[in-house]
Design a protein around this ligand. Structure first.
Ligand code: HSE
Length: 300
């Protein structure tokens, strides 16, 4: 039995739409074992009742991407999933499933593929690299992709940086959240985001959290998605007042995430309370960045 641990991820970090992401210390585990015949999928934890237990399961599909690429044919497969990452909430649950399946299948089939090849497969499945890259390699990852593949650079998160996440009790599909976006934006808005995203990467590299409030502003996706998350603007404003350095929609939402170096409990409380005033029950967690990505824990 192979057991792989995969971190949650937060994508975009505000202005870095589809190209910035960070791994968080909240993990799913994927166990995989070759069996004599058939497919046996066991589910535990978040979303266990809603996740496919057949060939449509994402972990299974990801595993077969690897098996097909390396020409491996397992006689049968047992997959056991233990999920802590909330499903469809903007914390990279699908990226974790893809990366977990790919890593476990690579080990099961003799570790023939390297990180770059695994990232290409994961990106092909997910469609953008900003969750799968940090899920695979950990830390903060800057990535850009086109038909020639993914280019990426990992940054170690600043040591004093922690996040507060407020996870609403409803799901929001990435597909729906992407449909809310315009097909064209103005040059002014594009320049706004290029400046912020560049400043954000430089600030994170230097550990300068004082720039985050400005550097995490965005004009490419958040305002278009605000209607999908009741209370979003109020929660963002309240978290800033409570001391968050930067606070944004996590990935495609509906989770909101605050970056801070202090006042974590207060930020968590105001985010939860402000969501509640808008009729949304939210679970709050203080999560540290995960410097490591997906890794095999042990063979049991
Ligand atoms: N960059 C993606 C988006 C992340 O915002 O749609 C969601 O998976």
């Amino acid at each position: 039995m192979i057991r792989v641990q995969v971190p949650a991820t937060t994508a975009n970090l505000g202005p870095g739409f589809d190209c910035l992401g960070m791994a968080l210390k909240l993990y799913n585990t994927v166990e995989m074992q070759q069996i004599a015949t058939g497919l046996n999928i066991e589910l535990h934890g978040d979303g266990a009742n809603d996740i496919d237990r057949d060939e449509n399961n994402i972990v299974y599909k990801a595993a077969y991407k690897v098996f097909n690429q390396v020409g491996y044919r397992p006689s049968g497969l047992k997959i056991r999933l233990n999920n802590q990452i909330p499903v469809c909430r903007g914390l990279g649950s699908s990226a974790a499933a893809i990366v977990g399946g790919i890593i476990a299948a690579n080990i099961l089939s003799g570790s023939k593929l390297g990180t770059k090849e695994l990232l290409e497969l994961a990106n092909e499945m997910e469609g953008h690299p900003d969750n799968v890259a940090p899920a695979l390699i950990g830390g903060i990852v800057v990535s850009a992709s086109d038909e020639d593949g993914v280019r990426f650079i990992k940054i170690q998160p600043p040591t004093e940086l922690k996040t507060v996440v407020a996870v609403p009790d409803f799901q929001l599909s990435t597909k729906l959240a992407r449909e809310a976006l315009p097909t064209q934006v103005t040059l002014q808005d594009a320049v706004f985001n290029v400046g912020r995203a560049s400043l954000l990467v430089a600030a994170l590299c230097q550990g300068d959290l004082s720039k985050l409030t400005y550097a995490m502003e965005d004009k490419l996706h958040q305002s278009y998605r605000a209607n999908l998350v009741p209370g979003m603007k109020k929660v963002l404003a309240a978290a800033r007042l409570a001391g968050a350095k930067g606070v944004v929609l996590s990935g495609a939402g509906p989770t909101l995430i605050a970056f801070a170096d202090d006042n974590f409990e207060l930020i968590a409380k105001v985010m939860r309370d402000t969501f509640r005033e808008s009729g949304v029950m939210a679970k709050v967690m203080v999560l540290e960045p995960s410097p490591v990505g997906a890794r095999a824990l042990e063979r049991v």
